[in-house]
Design a protein around this ligand. Structure first.
Ligand SMILES: Nc1ncnc2c1ncn2[C@@H]1O[C@H](COP(=O)(O)OP(=O)(O)OP(=O)(O)O)[C@@H](O)[C@H]1O
Length: 610
């Protein structure tokens, strides 16, 4: 492979700091690997003196493999790893800590779980809550903030401080550090022990950082300390692909780098080898709306290729059908399923498509865990009503819904594992007002039995009064009513195609089982169309890509309120677009869960006249 002029310049950069700005598909990995070869073979640098930092272990392993192939030797003792891996190595050496001192993710969640159970918090979805709180704790550590100055998006200031304090106390009592502590402890070690720092500075004479736009404050501070005194700090990144601001990465550090190293060489890799001219042109059209970015050109080596396609669809179900049709067509013409990807903003956007692919037996692979909507408490309530409608009389179904909405039926009125309305009536025989309620309950269940699932859900919500229960629930549990209504609307949509309750139940069973199997097989290499969030698609490439639900509220995501957050959403969209080699389709829907939905502003930007 022949380098272009800028790649060549980047490979043979001499000493001192250097920032390589590289657009998508411009050969970042290629450049880094060849620079390492150049340092070793042409400049006589010992491999042991080279440190390469990547953002995933996978990327580090990939880098080493490519290096071995390039140099043609099996053992090249360059240190390549993630920030965590490298800083852990340093701490291991300094403090003799081992894996027994590292808090696993599972332990971390266990601690957080026990901490929050001791507090009076109203939590709607525990899994979500724990993940967000863990992320916030990480943000504090990664940016070296104080919990007192941090504003949590999940709980009030006092509750957050208490969670943080209790978590730290428990962690310390176990004599363990978590993943984020590793960086902080390493920083403190270097700051307090110049002698130890000097040893590491001497060891790593040349430092290369990949995906520099994803660095956070504490990672940056430590790497700068390490690079002293020669400052052979070589950073490669794309500010337009900075998508981890939400978890503490600070792409402003790319700009800061220039201030900290005013003499740093600046090289822009502006040739895209991955995508067609049309894909490159259109992705630039969108990203150029971001104000805070380095201006840089990106030219495609490939021809214009097929036109970018923007497709309007009625709703997510129609969209799923459209994408599934297109996948089938491609497969019929010989394309491999693995070369196709469907990307979305949040994993739950994938549900209608997953249901469609299962129905059509199209192989697919999910990169992330897709929460099963039918396990949501509101879905469980609806399904329990339907089971009663089918004549089942299990106690747990009664318990699930007998007071949703409130009917004031007590648990003690349910005798055994099987329950009958007659028994409950007997229990309340001297209370006329209760008998009326129970009669109504039974009547509603009978009515439900005659309905198709879609109409049945509406009946449960409007006539039985489940929506009133949801309103109260949202109020008393301090959760967004809108979020719960969306779950119910989504359930309605998923039930719409089925004419009988039994049919819908069969579908739910198959869907649930497929998700379970996919979850188990996650780590295995599998065939199939790739389904993943835009975040997970970073660094990957596919011949054909569909971006789905490109609607306001999805992307930019509804929680992105500030200009800064909107710009990060635009970068995410840009990352998605630039994954495609040959063909890119952007889909948006006109209605979602029965409500009108606008196409994303990014679609408007795409359709603007150039
Ligand atoms: N000079 C070159 N000649 C031919 N092909 C090249 C050249 N440089 C890079 N490529 C090819 O371009 C493709 C994209 O490169 P690479 O994956 O390294 O891009 P990247 O900069 O890491 O992209 P992204 O940031 O979007 O993930 C690869 O298939 C790579 O082999």
């Amino acid at each position: 492979m022949k380098f272009n002029e800028m790649q060549q310049k980047a490979v043979i950069h001499g000493t001192g700091p250097c920032q390589v700005l590289a657009g998508p598909g411009s050969g970042k990995t290629l450049t880094i690997v060849n620079r390492i070869r150049y340092l070793i073979e042409e400049c006589g640098v010992r491999p042991e003196e080279i440190l390469v930092v990547t953002f995933t272990r996978y990327a580090a392993a990939e880098m080493k493999t490519r290096l071995r192939t390039l140099i043609g030797r099996r053992n090249i003792p360059v240190t390549a790893g993630t920030f965590h891996g490298i800083y852990y190595g340093i701490l291991k050496w300094a403090y003799k800590i081992g894996s027994q001192n590292i808090l696993s993710e599972e332990e971390k969640y266990q601690i957080l779980k026990s901490v929050i159970s001791g507090q009076e918090l109203e939590i709607f979805d525990e899994e979500d809550f724990l993940r967000d709180i863990a992320e916030e704790i990480g943000k504090i550590k990664n940016n070296r903030l104080s919990p007192d100055e941090f504003v949590s998006a999940k709980v009030n200031a006092d509750a957050f401080r208490e969670i943080y304090r209790a978590y730290e106390e428990k962690r310390k009592s176990l004599r363990k550090i978590d993943f984020d502590d590793m960086l902080v402890v390493c920083y403190e070690l270097f700051a307090s022990r110049p002698d130890i720092l000097a040893l590491w500075q001497k060891k790593f004479k040349f430092i290369l950082v990949d995906e520099f736009q994803d660095i956070n404050r504490v990672q940056y501070d430590v790497i700068r300390m390490l690079a002293v005194p020669e400052n052979n700090l070589y950073v490669v990144g794309d500010d337009d692909q900075a998508i981890y601001g939400f978890r503490g990465a600070d792409s402003e550090l790319m700009f800061q780098f220039r201030e900290d190293y005013p003499d740093a060489e600046q090289i822009v890799l502006g040739t895209n080898y991955r995508s067609t001219g049309n894909i490159v042109k259109n992705s630039l059209k969108v990203i150029s709306h971001n104000k805070r970015r380095f201006q840089k050109e990106l030219n495609a080596v490939k021809d214009s290729g097929k036109c970018l396609h923007v497709q309007e669809l009625k709703d997510p179900v129609e969209e799923a059908g459209y994408v599934a049709d297109a996948i089938e067509k491609q497969m019929e013409s010989g394309a491999a399923a693995e070369d196709m990807a469907v990307l979305f903003r949040i994993h739950t956007d994938a549900r209608p498509l997953v249901e469609e692919l299962i129905e059509r037996h199209i192989p697919f692979q999910m990169k992330e865990h897709l929460p099963n909507i039918y396990n949501h408490f509101a879905a469980k309530d609806i399904l329990a009503y339907f089971r009663l409608a089918l004549g089942k009389r299990e106690r747990r179904d009664f318990l699930q819904v007998m007071n949703r909405p409130k009917r004031y039926i007590g648990r003690d009125s349910l005798a055994g594992a099987e329950v009958s309305f007659e028994e409950i009536r007997k229990f309340y025989c001297d209370k006329d007002w209760m008998l009326d309620r129970i009669d109504q309950f039974e009547w509603d269940v009978k009515m439900l039995a005659k309905m198709a699932p879609y109409a049945g859900i509406q009946y449960i919500r409007k006539r039985i009064g489940y929506d009133d229960f949801i309103k109260d629930y949202a109020y008393t549990h301090n959760v967004e009513r809108q979020d719960l209504n969306e779950i119910l609307a989504e359930l309605e949509e998923s039930a719409r195609p089925y004419t009988t309750i039994e049919e819908w139940f069969r579908h739910i069973e198959e869907y649930t089982e497929t998700l379970r199997v996919k979850e188990r097989q996650k780590s295995m290499e599998q065939e199939g169309v790739r389904l993943m969030t835009l975040h997970a698609a970073k660094g990957l490439e596919f011949d054909t890509v569909w971006l789905i639900e490109v609607n306001e509220g999805q992307i930019p995501y509804k929680k992105a309120k500030t200009d800064q957050q909107t710009e990060e959403e635009r970068r995410l969209f840009y990352v998605g677009m630039t994954r495609a080699r040959e063909q890119l389709t952007v889909c948006y829907v006109k209605t979602k869960n029965g409500k009108a939905s606008d196409p994303s502003r990014f679609v408007d930007e795409l359709l603007e006249d150039s």
